[in-house]
Ligand binder design. Sequence first.
Ligand SMILES: Cc1ncc(COP(=O)(O)O)c(C=O)c1O
Length: 303
Amino acid sequence: MLSAKKRKTVININGKIIPPESANVSVFDRSFLYGDSLYEVVRTYHGKPFRLKEHLIRMEKSAALCHMKLGHTVAQYEKEILKTIAAYRAQPGKSNEDVYMRIVVSRGSGKIGFGLKNLESSADFVIIVEPISMFPTPAFVKGTKLQISKRIRNHPKAIDPAMKSGNYLNSLLAYLTAADEGYDDALMPDQQGFITEGTTFNVFYVKRGIVATPPLDVGILDGVTRRAIINLCVELGIPCREVRFPKEYLYEADEVFVSSSLKEVLPVLDLDGKKINKGNAGPVSATLKAAFADLVKRELNLK
Ligand SMILES: Cc1ncc(COP(=O)(O)O)c(C=O)c1O
């Protein structure tokens, strides 16, 4: 694995581009002490991020859900992100490379203790821009193999999944168990056994031509890609419903696919060791994958 310096990672901390080897966060930062932070991830297409504003508006909603005062407006964060992406692409040999971008906003740092009176700084932000050359992975091209986790998704009355906080330990543990047992990743049920979403992605299934996905109020992240797919279904005349369902509906589905800004539309070929659509990507997933690629092209004015 190459170091961040060799990967040519570009880091922006509170508006300053810092060499990756000297980009540090204080041990008193609340993101480190408590996971008291928010984040968003996008990738670029020909250097342009897809629906960046929507991600930043979601970050504002996440901030409201955890009573965090963001230090900057959506427009200011957007400007800093575009500046960091441009700095990455300004490096020798990188002008045509697409990137992974993560923005993390911490509530700040100060004395140890939950109380906000301990804060000695306002919300800090870090932007990390990395090569996205790990894509396309074999799973990205062909499809993926998932486990239904025994670990439940956070209850909305605990750490609300609608809030994209830096506190991902629950999902990370579901991922680690799945990886340990030979799967690429995991889907998580709620306490009643209804499927919610994956560790870092939303989920859909197709049965007799109808697309279904869990509703927001089951306790999931309002995925930017999920929304785009629901709208594409409307555009294409594919019936799409938001419904609660147990894991058995997925086992018996004609097709299952997952969505995220990095995975786009990714078919699930194997679930808990059971083949979906005989282990092949199905036609509706393929149609939506192509329609999503076309939407990105149209929206970002790409050739
Ligand atoms: C828990 C969870 N669900 C869904 C998603 C997909 O969201 P988006 O399509 O906005 O990338 C993510 C993305 O990171 C996520 O962490």
